[in-house]
Ligand binder design. Structure first.
Ligand code: ADP
Ligand code: MG
Length: 312
């Protein structure tokens, strides 16, 4: 079974149980409206040695930062600000005290940068490799919470940064080249924390998520949940220096925000974003009524069998 097939089966199996006021499985975070005009948001991500990282290819400090960064990215993806995290670690006997201390330093660095408290977790021995689980909690005004299901026909699709650097860096790492600039990008994702909260406050932003599995796959989630389609112009995809178009469209772990916006306010949104953050929102195409993702080259449909990557 694929990762997404498994998640779907869990969703169905638990659908009959009480939701206790939560919006549950299916978005970047679970949302709990508190009844005071604000919501709490919850997300969890797991990193396991040998699947998500190689101990020899990353420093413990980088891993500490990354394990938090990928969770903060999910909070930002819904327009919220992080408030707290829980950190659980399974450590084998050969993970030395120095490794753990460095990991904690990296985790603390990013916690301090974004004002997220560490409020709990669990620590245990592992009979296999290192496993890291982070749960992040965010908060936002109810009206700022952006979901994957809110894309509307005619919306402009934007991405909030260049794509493909992380995927190209992963290729370097898997080829044993750990010290390239792209490999460093792969190990050091920057969550768009301020950007996400700012975009959350803009009512012309309809759907939003973060790109962890690649544009081809993740835009598909917005389209599925919004019962819509999209046309994406290949020449508009911002390819990071050193990467290539296919990696930008299908590679994972860029952690840039993907959003759709009201076409009548899209230019203004992009101009304000540029003025605020000094980097562009890149328009990629449009949301269509007809389901499915269509790649265009110079305005003409191009049949491409491109999918994102699944990291289970
Ligand atoms: P993201 O890439 O944003 O972290 P995922 O693709 O990992 O999201 O997960 C998609 C959705 O499925 C999310 O809402 C997530 O909370 C949920 N999910 C993933 N794994 C599980 C699981 N084992 N049990 C319940 N929900 C899960
Ligand atoms: Mg996400």
């Amino acid at each position: 079974m694929t990762e997404f097939g498994f998640i779907d089966s869990i969703r169905r199996l638990f659908a009959e149980l009480p939701d206790n006021g939560f919006e549950g499985i299916g978005d970047d975070c679970a949302v709990l409206p508190l009844g005071d005009g604000t919501s709490l948001l919850f997300t969890a991500d797991l990193l396991t040695e040998g699947v998500h990282f190689l101990r020899a290819a990353t420093s413990a400090r980088e891993l500490g930062r990354k394990s938090l960064a990928v969770n903060l990215s999910d909070i930002a993806a819904m327009g919220a600000r992080p408030v707290a995290t829980l950190l659980s670690l399974a450590l084998p006997a050969d993970a030395e005290d120095a490794w753990t201390a460095e990991f904690t330093e990296g985790y603390r660095e990013l916690s301090a940068r974004y004002g997220a408290a560490l409020v709990g977790g669990d620590t245990t021995r592992s009979a296999g490799g290192i496993t890291i689980n982070v749960t992040a909690i965010g908060r936002a005004p109810d009206a700022h919470v952006k979901r994957r299901d809110a894309a509307r026909e005619g919306d402009v699709v934007f991405v909030a940064g260049e794509l493909g650097a992380s995927g190209a860096g992963l290729r370097d790492i898997l080829a044993g080249r750990y010290d390239t600039p792209l490999a460093a990008v792969h190990r050091n994702p920057e969550p768009q924390v301020g950007e996400g909260a700012w975009l959350g406050a803009r009512s012309e932003v309809h759907a939003m998520m973060d790109l962890s599995d690649g544009l081809a796959s993740d835009l598909g989630h917005i389209l599925d949940r919004s019962s819509a389609g999209a046309e994406v112009e290949l020449s508009l995809i911002p390819v990071a220096p050193g990467s290539d178009l296919r990696t930008a469209a299908c590679g994972g772990e860029d952690y840039k925000l993907l959003l759709t916006a009201d076409p009548s306010a899209a230019d203004r949104l992009a101009a304000d974003y540029l003025a605020r953050f000094g980097s562009p929102l890149y328009p990629l195409g449009r949301i269509t009524a007809r389901p499915g993702l269509v790649w265009l080259r110079d305005g003409r449909p191009e049949p491409l069998d491109w999918h994102g990557f699944e990291h289970f």
